[in-house]
Design a protein around this ligand. Structure first.
Ligand code: ADP
Ligand code: MG
Length: 756
């Protein structure tokens, strides 16, 4: 066996050189061994076989054959050696190549190492930077995180607001629906208005003409207002001087009276004295006569008894003394008579003086009466001018009335809570109210103090009532908390005819004026209706409930629907409307309504103070001689109590009531404020938001005369409510809703309207 290590090496070398071909060689041993080809390859077995080959000869001495075999063997050996040599060269070359490759790769390695080191340094730097940036990023992250939290927070909030928005959006779209409905009705109205517009255009030119005339009239009115103001101030001045004069004269008069009294007293005393003196004198005279007769008797006696000298002398002396006495007495009498004469004279003097004074007083009285008459006339003129100014301004007028303290009222420090400024410009127009020590001042067109009577109040509104006869739409409201005197102001005190309120007084005046206008050719027809709005439901106060169609409509829910026609007239279906032509009839109807209301009161928990009472008088007048027609409306409204009920206590029906009142009162103020704000006619006024405002729509617009009474209770516990009422009234007072217009027309063209 050949050493395995060597064989293995060779084998390895062969394999390296021959690669896969040694397999072929091993399967094919020595098949190619003898071939000439230089690329013959040898396996270990081949080499071993070659080396261990033994020459066997049949003839040991057949050298030729041996030589030939040897030659072949040598040839094969040579081939083998050559193959080995080639292999060795290949090896050396391979070795060289590998070394070169090794060196190259070593160099590369070193370079690589260097590069790696550089890279590492670079990377280290980068790492440091990255660390730094990591830290800053972490910081940023923290910040971002906090930002994110905040953002989440705000997102939540936004979500909430979005929800709210959605909710409000829903309510708005509801409103939009309502508005669209209104728009539809408005469109219908626009159509009718367009028709009217066409008609109106025909009159436009004539109206313009009329307008210029009116403008002139206004100018004239302005001038007359100015003149009136001047006259007024002159009158007021005159009056004040007259008052001064009057006062001084009165003082003089009183001193004169005193002196006259004194003189009279003196005279009386003197007369008394004279009488007593006369009596004395008479006595003295009687005495004297008596004495004289005595003297005569005595002289007769003297003659008779001349001889009785002693007694005669005595008697003479007595007689002399008596004559002396008589003389002194007659002297006294003369003096007394003189005195009497003097006192008579002085009495006469005082009498004439007294008469003179009396005459002077009478003169002054006449003068004063004259001045007072002038003053009243001036005041009337002032009122008329004031009304004209207000009408021209278009403001809603507000009167404030403070009721007196009633015996049932809780007494306390009242009186001081409400006061009335006394400066000339605020007199009768200003009111101050104190709450928690703070004074709030208000001023209205008129402030009625507690002691002013129903008549005083009516005088101030009589002009306004009068204008309903001239074709104006008139609205008078009473606003205030329950118990502040609204019903007292409007209706009066039941069972006290002298304390009757504005409604009966207005009707009396209207019927009186109607009578006096008869002579001018005016004939009026009047219709009364009275209703109550409770919880947004209309109740007919004059209903007798016997009407069949009424009952039918009530079943259909069509009862008491409010409708406005194109001429601005309002109609309430099934409402009882009664023609009236005397005060008696109206007071009967008022009684009926009051009864109907009070029935409601017991049934429905003091409903009357929780409902609005609306009295409506429709007036239509026709002048037969001028063919002129007028249509006026007088609305007198006793509103529901404006107090805010304590929220905690309101539940069930009470809550519903309160909500209905709040809604309708706030709709009323909304309408008033919207009318005041309205610049264009098309601007929306929310008349439809409550029955009350929808009912009064034609009477609340710019062409009506509106007056609001704000009733105030003087109780200390009502100060808060009073302040609320006064604030509301002040806002209403500041509203301008436009210029009132009359509704008149000519009979020949009934369908047309002439506004003027
Ligand atoms: P309201 O209608 O506002 O609830 P009322 O008119 O019923 O108030 O008045 C409450 C009470 O005060 C009634 O007894 C009424 O007679 C009385 N009263 C109101 N105003 C006056 C006044 N000016 N003078 C006298 N009493 C009045
Ligand atoms: Mg009342």
């Amino acid at each position: 066996m050949v050493g395995t290590a060597n064989n293995a090496r060779i084998r390895q070398a062969f394999s390296v050189v021959n690669g896969i071909q040694d397999l072929g060689l091993s399967s094919n041993p020595a098949s190619n061994a003898g071939s000439e080809c230089g690329t013959i390859e040898f396996t270990r077995e081949d080499v071993e076989a070659l080396l261990s080959e033994k020459m066997r000869y049949k003839n040991k001495f057949n050298y030729k054959e041996r030589c030939e075999n040897m030659m072949d063997y040598i040839k094969r050996l040579r081939l083998c050696i050559k193959w080995f040599q080639e292999l060795e060269g290949d090896y050396a070359f391979e070795h060289e190549r590998l070394r070169n490759a090794l060196e190259l790769s070593e160099q590369k390695c070193a370079e690589m190492e260097l590069a790696l080191r550089n890279k590492e340094e670079e990377l280290n730097l980068i790492i440091v930077e990255l660390r730094k940036s990591f830290a800053s990023l972490q910081e940023k992250l923290a910040k971002e995180e906090s930002d994110k939290l905040a953002a989440l927070d705000s997102l939540a909030r936004e979500k909430e607001t979005r929800l709210n928005m959605e909710r409000s959006h829903a309510s708005l779209s509801e409103d939009l629906g309502k508005a669209q409905e209104e728009l539809q009705s408005a469109n219908q109205r626009i159509a009718s208005i367009n028709d009217m517009y066409k008609l109106l255009q025909e009159y436009n030119s004539s109206l313009q003409h009329y307008n210029t005339k009116l403008q002139k009239d206004i100018d004239a009115a302005h001038e007359s207002i100015k003149r009136g103001e001047k006259e007024k101030s002159a009158i007021v001045e005159n009056l004040s001087t007259l008052r001064g004069q009057y006062k001084s004269l009165q003082e003089q008069l009183s001193t004169y009276k005193a002196s006259q009294d004194e003189a009279m007293r003196q005279k009386d005393a003197l007369v008394h004295e004279v009488a007593s003196m006369r009596v004395e004198l008479q006595q003295v005279r009687d005495d004297r006569d008596h004495q004289l007769s005595q003297v005569q008797a005595l002289t007769a006696e003297v003659i008779k008894y001349k001889e009785l000298a002693v007694s005669s002398e005595d008697l003479e002396a007595r007689c002399a003394s008596q004559s002396n006495q008589i003389r002194s007495l007659s002297d006294q009498l003369a003096a007394a008579e003189e005195k009497l004469q003097v006192s008579d004279l002085s009495a006469l003097e005082t009498k004439t003086e007294f008469e003179g004074q009396k005459k002077l007083i009478n003169e002054l009285r006449n003068h004063l009466e004259d001045a007072e008459y002038k003053l009243i006339e001036g005041e009337k003129l002032r009122k008329r001018l004031h009304n004209t100014i207000l009408e021209l301004k278009g403001n809603i007028r507000v009167f404030c009335r403070v009721r007196p303290l009633l015996p049932d009222d809780s007494s306390g420090s009242e009186g001081k809570l409400i006061s009335y400024p006394t400066t000339t410009e605020a007199l009768g127009r200003g009111i101050d109210i104190t709450q928690n020590g703070q004074k709030h001042s208000f001023s209205f067109d008129r402030v009625f103090m507690p002691d002013e009577s129903q008549e005083d109040v009516f005088v101030e509104i009589s002009q306004l009532v009068q204008s309903a006869l001239d074709g104006y739409k008139v609205c008078i409201f009473a606003y205030g908390q329950t118990g502040s005197g609204k019903t007292y102001t409007m209706m009066g005190k039941p069972g006290h005819p002298d304390l009757k309120g504005l409604i009966p007084r207005s009707l009396e005046q209207i019927f009186q004026t109607r009578q006096s206008l008869l002579s001018q050719g005016w004939k009026y027809e009047m219709q009364v209706s009275m209703l109550e709005i409770y919880n947004e439901t209309i109740r007919d106060l004059l209903s007798t409930n016997r009407d069949a169609s009424r009952l039918e409509n009530a079943c259909n829910g069509k009862q008491y629907a409010i409708k406005h026609d194109a001429n601005g007239n309002t109609h309430v279906t099934d409402l009882t409307v009664v023609d009236v032509c005397s005060t008696k009839e109206v007071s009967y109807l008022l009684d009926r309504a009051a009864h109907s209301r009070s029935v409601g009161k017991t049934q429905m928990n003091e409903q009357s103070s929780r409902s609005h009472f609306v009295f409506t008088l429709r007036i239509s007048g026709l002048n037969e001689s001028t063919e002129q027609q007028v249509q006026g409306i007088l609305n007198l409204i006793d509103l529901a109590g404006s107090e805010r009920l304590s929220k905690s206590g309101s539940t069930g029906d009470r809550l519903k009531e309160t909500q209905a009142i709040n809604k309708s009162l706030s709709s009323l103020s909304d309408v008033i404020f919207a009318l005041a704000k309205k610049e264009k006619k098309e601007d929306h006024v929310p008349f439809r938001n409550s029955k009350l405002t929808y009912l009064l729509q034609p009477c609340l617009g710019g062409d009506s005369k509106t007056l609001m009474f704000v009733n105030i209770s003087p109780e200390a516990s009502s100060v808060g409510e009073s302040l609320c009422s006064l604030r509301f009234a002040a806002r209403v007072n500041a509203c301008e809703i436009g210029t009132p217009r009359r509704q008149t027309s000519m009979r020949s063209s009934e369908s047309r309207l002439s506004l003027g």
